[in-house]
Design a protein around this ligand. Structure first.
Ligand code: DX5
Ligand code: ZN
Length: 222
C-alpha cells in the first residue's frame, strides 16, 4: 500500500503521515510543478521536513517538466525512489543511473494515453513501473478501467523476463477497484482519497488490503 499524501490535510502533513506510518509499505508523494500538470504541490523542502518523523519508504511521483534537475535536492531531502513520466524522460538509462548514484530507486510512469511499449526496452533497468489509472494532476478522480489491459501486458513482460520490477497502479483506487488492478497484476496500490479522506485512515488501509487479498488469494476467485 502506498497512501498518496495529496489527499491528506497538507497543513498538517507530518501528523497525517505519522497516523498511518507503520501500517503501510511506502508513502506516495506527488511532486507537481504547475507546468507538466495544471496543479502545484510540494517538493524537497517539504519532504525534508516530514522525513525524520516517518519510517516508511518515500516514493516520489514526479509530475514536473524538468525532473532531472530535482534529483539531487530530493535525494538530500530523503526520497527513496523517483518515478518520471515517459514523455519527460528521453533517456531512462541516464536518469536511472543518476537516481541510483544518489541512492534512490528509479521508475517510469505511463499516463493513460501512453501505450505499454515505451517501457518494454527499459524494464530491466526499472525498480517500478507506474500505470496511471487517471489523468495525472489531481486526486479524487474516477478509475479508468481501460488501463487494466496495460497492467496485464506489463505484468506479463515482467514475469517473462523474470524481473522483480514493482508494478504500481495510481489513481481512483478504492476497495472496489483495487481488486481489479490486483487481478490484472499490479502489486503496489496508490490510494489518496480512499485513505486520507476516510475518518479512519488506518482502517481504510485494512479494508483495501483485504479487498486486494480476496482478489489474489486462490479462494478469492480473482
Ligand atoms: C494524480 C496522482 C495520484 C493521486 C491519487 O496525479 O498521481 O497519486 O494522488 O489520488 P486518488 O487516490 O484520490 O485517485
Ligand atoms: Zn501519483
Amino acid at each position: 500500500m502506498a497512501p498518496s499524501v495529496l489527499a491528506a490535510d497538507l497543513g498538517q502533513l507530518r501528523s497525517e503521515m505519522e497516523g498511518v506510518d507503520g501500517h503501510v509499505e511506502m508513502f506516495h508523494l506527488d511532486v507537481m510543478d504547475g507546468l507538466y500538470v495544471p496543479n502545484l504541490t510540494f517538493g524537497a523542502p517539504v519532504i525534508e521536513k516530514v522525513r525524520p518523523a516517518v519510517d516508511a519508504f518515500f516514493d516520489c511521483h514526479l509530475m514536473v517538466s524538468q525532473p532531472l534537475g530535482l534529483f539531487e535536492a530530493l535525494a538530500k531531502a530523503g526520497a527513496d525512489h523517483v518515478t518520471l513520466h515517459t514523455d519527460v524522460c528521453p533517456d531512462p538509462t541516464e536518469a536511472g543511473t543518476l537516481a541510483r548514484r544518489l541512492g534512490m530507486g528509479f521508475g517510469l510512469a505511463l499516463s493513460p494515453a501512453v501505450g505499454p511499449g515505451v517501457v518494454r526496452p527499459h524494464l530491466v533497468g526499472l525498480d517500478m513501473v507506474v500505470v496511471m489509472s487517471v489523468e495525472p494532476g489531481f486526486g479524487g478522480q474516477v478509475f479508468m478501467p481501460e488501463t487494466l489491459s496495460k497492467v496485464e501486458t506489463i505484468r506479463r513482460w515482467i514475469d517473462e523476463e523474470g524481473l522483480e520490477t514493482a508494478l504500481q497502479i495510481d489513481g481512483g483506487i478504492t476497495p472496489e477497484t483495487a481488486p481489479l488492478a490486483a487481478a490484472a497484476g499490479a502489486d503496489v496500490f496508490v490510494a489518496g482519497t480512499a485513505i486520507f479522506a476516510r475518518p479512519d485512515p488506518v482502517e481504510a488501509v485494512r479494508m483495501l488490503r483485504s479487498a486486494i487479498s480476496s482478489a489474489t488469494s486462490p479462494a478469492g476467485g480473482g
